[in-house]
Unconditional design. Structure first.
Length: 404
C-alpha cells in the first residue's frame, strides 16, 4: 500500500524536493522489511516471504549499489533455506555477495557474513568441500573484524562444527561446537537466544556416538531455552523437541519418543507443508520409534512417506533416500516379505556407496543391517562376507581418521 501511494503521488511532487519522495519510499522499505523480520521470527514463513519479496521490489528502485538490496536478498536467502529451497537460497546469497564485494570490498563484515550463509546452503545441498571453503573465508574475515572472542564469530564456528560432523571429522566437530558454546555462554549468558543451536548440535553429536550421559543435559537445556525465548510452537523449538525425542528413543523410551515425534511432525507440516525434507526426517525417526514398539506396519507407513518426500525433493538416489530405505527394509522384513526387503537393502547400499563413498560409516551401517537380515534368513556365509566389509569400514573410521 505504501509503495502504491508513493507511485500515485510521484507526479504531484515532481516540483518538490526529491528528498521528500525518497523519504516516503525509504520508510516503505523499512516498514515492509520489519514486518518480514517479525513474521520470520515467529515462524510464519509464508508471511515473511511475502513481506521480503515486497521489500526486494522496493529496494531495487534505490539503485544497484544500495545496501538495502543485498540485505533483503540475504533475508530471502535465509528464509528459502529454512523452507528447503536451497538452490533459490544460493542464488540470493550469491547476488548479495556480488553487491557487497563491489560496494564494500572483499574483506568487509557483510561479505564475511554472507560467505557464512552461502557455505550453509551449499552444505544443505551435499557440497561439503565448497561449504568448507566459504566457511573458512568467513571465519578469516569476521575474526579479523571482530576479534576471535566476539559473539559474531559464533555462527561460523557453529557451522564449521556441523560441517565436520557431517564429514565424520568428529574430533574437529566437537572442538568447534564446544568453542561456540563457550563463546555464547560468555557473551550472552546462560540462557542466550543463540545457545539452543550450540547446545542442540553438540548434543546431537554426542547422541550419534551414543554418549547419552553427555547428550542428555545439553539437549534438555537447548529445548528449555528455545521454549522460553521463542515459544512452545516455534519451528526452532520443535527442532529441539525432535532432538529430545531422539534422546528418548535411544534411552529405550519409544512410546515417549513417538509422542514427541508425532507432535513435531504435525507442527512441521503446518509450518513447511507436506513435502518438506525436515518433515521427512521426523517421519523417519517416528518410524524408528514405532519399530521399537513392534508396530511394524505403522512404521512402514512413516518410512514410505519419508522416502517419497526425499525422492520428490532430492531425486531417487540421494543419501537421505538411502538412509530411510534401510529401516524401511527392516519394517518390510518384519512383516514377512523378505524378497521385497532384500531388494530395498541392496538398493540402499548401492546408493549409499555412491552418495557417501566406499568408506563412510553410513555405508557400514547399511551393510550391518543387511548382514543381520541375511543371518536371519539362514544365509550365514553371505552374512559373514557383508559383516566383514562393514567391519573394515568401521576400523578405517576409528578416531583420528576421517571421510569426506
Amino acid at each position: 500500500m505504501a509503495q502504491t501511494i508513493s507511485i500515485l503521488l510521484s507526479f504531484l511532487v515532481t516540483l518538490m524536493a526529491c528528498s521528500h519522495q525518497g523519504s516516503l519510499h525509504t520508510d516503505s522499505w523499512e516498514e515492509v522489511y520489519r514486518q518480514g523480520e517479525a513474521a520470520n521470527y515467529k515462524g510464519r514463513y509464508q508471511d515473511a516471504e511475502r513481506h521480503f519479496l515486497q521489500a526486494l521490489k522496493l529496494a531495487q528502485d534505490f539503485g544497484a549499489d544500495d545496501l538495502r538490496l543485498p540485505k533483503t536478498l540475504n533475508s530471502l536467502g535465509a528464509l528459502a533455506g529454512k523452507q528447503g529451497k536451497y538452490q533459490i537460497a544460493q542464488q540470493h546469497f550469491e547476488q548479495a555477495l556480488v553487491i557487497y564485494h563491489r560496494v564494500l570490498g572483499p574483506n568487509s563484515i557483510e561479505v564475511g557474513k554472507t560467505e557464512n550463509r552461502l557455505g550453509h546452503v551449499l552444505l544443505d545441498q551435499g557440497r561439503p568441500r565448497e561449504s568448507e571453503s566459504h566457511y573458512m573465508r568467513s571465519l578469516q574475515i569476521l575474526s579479523l573484524a571482530y576479534g576471535t572472542e566476539d559473539a559474531q564469530v559464533g555462527p561460523v564456528l557453529l557451522n564449521l562444527g556441523t560441517l565436520y560432523f557431517h564429514m565424520n571429522r568428529v574430533a574437529e566437530a566437537e572442538d568447534y561446537l564446544k568453542q561456540t558454546l563457550a563463546l555464547w555462554e560468555k557473551t550472552e549468558g546462560a540462557e542466550g537466544p543463540d545457545l539452543p543451536w550450540a547446545l542442540g548440535n553438540l548434543g546431537a553429536l554426542y547422541l550419534s556416538q551414543k554418549r547419552l550421559a553427555e547428550a542428555d543435559p545439553l539437549i534438555r537445556r537447548a529445548y528449555e531455552i528455545a521454549r522460553k525465548t521463542m515459544g512452545e510452537d516455534h519451528p526452532e523449538t520443535n527442532d529441539r523437541l525432535a532432538l529430545l525425542a531422539g534422546l528418548a528413543l535411544m534411552q529405550k523410551q519409544p512410546s515417549d519418543a513417538d509422542t514427541m515425534f508425532k507432535r513435531v511432525a504435525a507442527s512441521q507440516e503446518r509450518t513447511y507443508g507436506s513435502q518438506h525434507p525436515v518433515l521427512a526426517s521426523t517421519l523417519n525417526n517416528r518410524g524408528l520409534a514405532l519399530m521399537e514398539m513392534g508396530k511394524h506396519a505403522d512404521a512402514e507407513e512413516q518410512f514410505r512417506r519419508a522416502l517419497q518426500i526425499y525422492e520428490e525433493n532430492y531425486g531417487p538416489n540421494s543419501s537421505d533416500a538411502s538412509d530411510v530405505m534401510v529401516p524401511l527394509a527392516g519394517a518390510v522384513s518384519k512383516q514377512g516379505r523378505p524378497i521385497e526387503a532384500e531388494a530395498l537393502y541392496k538398493r540402499a547400499i548401492t546408493i549409499a556407496e555412491t552418495a557417501y563413498g566406499s568408506d563412510h560409516p553410513q555405508l557400514a551401517a547399511a551393510l550391518e543391517h543387511y548382514a543381520s537380515f541375511l543371518q536371519n534368513q539362514n544365509r550365514a556365509g553371505e552374512a559373514e562376507t557383508v559383516a566383514n566389509r562393514a567391519q573394515t569400514i568401521r576400523v578405517r573410521n576409528m578416531p583420528g581418521r576421517s571421510t569426506s
